[in-house]
Design a protein around this ligand. Structure first.
Ligand code: FES
Ligand SMILES: [Fe+2]
Length: 378
C-alpha cells in the first residue's frame, strides 16, 4: 500500500455533519462536514487512550469530541479542550492527532494520506467527463475479500474479459489481444486496446447488422495509486468507468466506481447502468478472491508476464521505484484487524514535516519519514 497519494475515501453524498469512520491503508479515519461545507479528515485515534473519535460528537463550531473523556479537537488536529483539567490548566502540546488535507471532487471526498508539502504531492487524476453536461454519472460500491492491487490489475487486464465475462463485452471466439502501445508518465499509464466485439446480443443487438465493427477500441489505464480508467467506445456512445480500489487493509478492498455515459442519459437508465456494473463485477469477484499469493509479489519475476500484460508490468515497475523511495506502507503499519497490538502507528500528516519540533512531540508514531518511531522493546 502506498502513502503520499490522494485517496478517494468516500462518496461526497455519504459525508454529512455527523462523524463517519472510513478505513484506508489499514488505518481508520474520521470524516465530518464542517460548517463551511469542507470535509475534515483526521486520524480516528484519540491521543489520550486511543478512543475512536468517529464514535464521538461534534462540539462548538467544528470540533470533534472524543466519546471517552470528551477531549475536543479542531479540524487541524489540535486538542483545544480537556474537560478533566481544572480551569486554567494548559493543554499539552503533544495533545494532537494527525489531520489530512482534503478536497471534494468528482462526487468523492479525497484525502492526501502522507506528509509531503503541497508542491511535491502527486497530482489527482482528472475526470473530464464530470463537468461535461453530455455525460451522466452513477456511483457504485462493494467490498471484496482480495488485495487492492489484485483487484486493480484485474480491471486493467483486457485478456481476461472473454473468459470471465463471456460475451458481456468480449468475444470468446476471438480472445487474442493485438499488440498495443502503452503511454506512460510518472503517475499514470494507458493504452488503446482492440477487442473483438461480442456476438450481436444484448446491447449489441441494438445495432443493425452491417454496422457491427470489426474491433472496438477500449482505452484502459491506471492512475496511481489505485484507480483504473476503462473507456469503452460502444457504437452508440461512450462508457467511462473510474474504478477506485481502496485498500481497507492488505486483504480487503473497497471498490468504488464512478461510471459516466453519454447515451441513455435519463435518470430512468441509472438502475440499469448500476446493474450492469454489478453483474460484471460479480463475475470478477470469485477470480480475484481466489488468486494466490493474495498479495501482489514484489519481485517482477515471481509471476509470468506476456505482451498483453504490459499495463500491469508498467504498474509493477513504477511501484518498485516508489517502494525504494520509502512510500510503501506495510503490514506493520496496519492498525485495524483482529490482532491485538501494543503500538498503533499512523500515516504521517503534513503538519509533522512542516514543524519538526512538533513532529518529535507527537505521541502517535509513524514509520518511514517524519517522526521516526523507536521500535517497541518486547
Ligand atoms: S481516549 Fe479520547 S479523551 Fe480519553
Ligand atoms: Fe473483469
Amino acid at each position: 500500500m502506498l502513502k503520499n497519494f490522494w485517496y478517494a475515501l468516500e462518496f461526497g453524498h455519504a459525508v454529512e455533519r455527523r462523524p463517519r469512520k472510513v478505513r484506508c491503508l489499514g488505518q481508520d479515519f474520521v470524516l465530518w462536514r464542517r460548517r463551511d461545507g469542507q470535509v475534515a479528515v483526521l486520524s480516528d485515534l484519540c491521543v489520550h487512550r486511543g478512543g475512536a473519535l468517529s464514535m464521538g460528537t461534534l462540539a462548538g463550531e467544528d470540533r470533534i469530541a472524543c466519546p471517552y473523556h470528551g477531549w475536543e479537537y479542531e479540524p487541524d488536529g489540535t486538542c483545544v479542550k480537556i474537560p478533566a483539567n481544572p480551569p486554567g490548566r494548559g493543554i499539552p502540546k503533544k495533545a494532537r492527532v494527525d489531520a489530512y488535507p482534503s478536497v471534494e471532487r468528482y462526487g468523492l471526498v479525497w484525502a492526501f494520506l502522507g506528509d509531503l508539502p503541497e508542491e511535491r504531492r502527486p497530482p489527482m487524476p482528472h475526470f473530464p467527463e464530470h463537468d461535461d453536461p453530455a455525460f451522466r454519472a452513477v456511483y457504485w460500491e462493494t467490498t471484496v475479500e482480495a488485495n487492492y492491487e489484485r483487484t486493480m490489475e484485474n480491471v486493467v487486464d483486457a485478456a481476461h474479459t472473454p473468459f470471465v465475462h463471456g460475451t458481456a463485452f468480449g468475444n470468446p471466439d476471438r480472445p487474442e489481444i493485438p499488440d498495443f502501445e502503452v503511454t506512460q508518465d510518472e503517475w499514470q499509464a494507458e493504452a488503446d486496446i482492440l477487442l473483438s466485439p461480442p456476438p450481436p446480443k444484448g446491447l449489441w443487438g441494438l445495432l443493425r447488422s452491417g454496422v457491427r465493427p470489426e474491433h472496438v477500441v477500449v482505452t484502459n489505464g491506471w492512475y496511481l495509486p489505485n484507480i483504473v480508467k476503462l473507456h469503452v467506445r460502444l457504437p452508440f456512445g461512450d462508457l467511462i468507468l473510474y474504478d477506485h480500489n481502496i485498500p481497507l487493509t492488505q486483504g480487503r478492498t473497497q471498490v468504488k466506481i464512478v461510471g459516466y455515459r453519454n447515451f441513455f442519459t435519463g435518470r430512468w437508465a441509472d438502475g440499469n447502468a448500476l446493474k450492469r456494473i454489478g453483474r460484471i463485477f460479480e463475475q470478477d469477484r470469485p477470480v480475484v478472491e481466489s488468486q494466490r499469493p493474495e498479495l501482489l509479489p514484489f519481485d517482477l519475476s515471481a509471476e509470468l508476464h506476456i505482451r498483453s500484460d504490459a499495463l500491469q508490468v508498467a504498474y509493477r515497475r513504477r511501484r518498485e521505484q516508489l517502494i525504494k523511495d520509502g512510500w510503501w506502507v506495510g503490514g506493520d503499519d496496519v492498525v485495524t484487524g483482529d490482532v491485538p497490538r501494543r503500538q498503533a502507528t499512523v500515516i504521517p500528516s503534513p503538519a509533522r514535516r512542516e514543524n519538526p519540533e512538533l513532529a518529535r512531540a507527537w505521541v502517535h508514531k509513524t514509520r518511514g519519514t517524519g517522526a521516526e518511531s523507536e521500535e517497541e522493546q518486547p
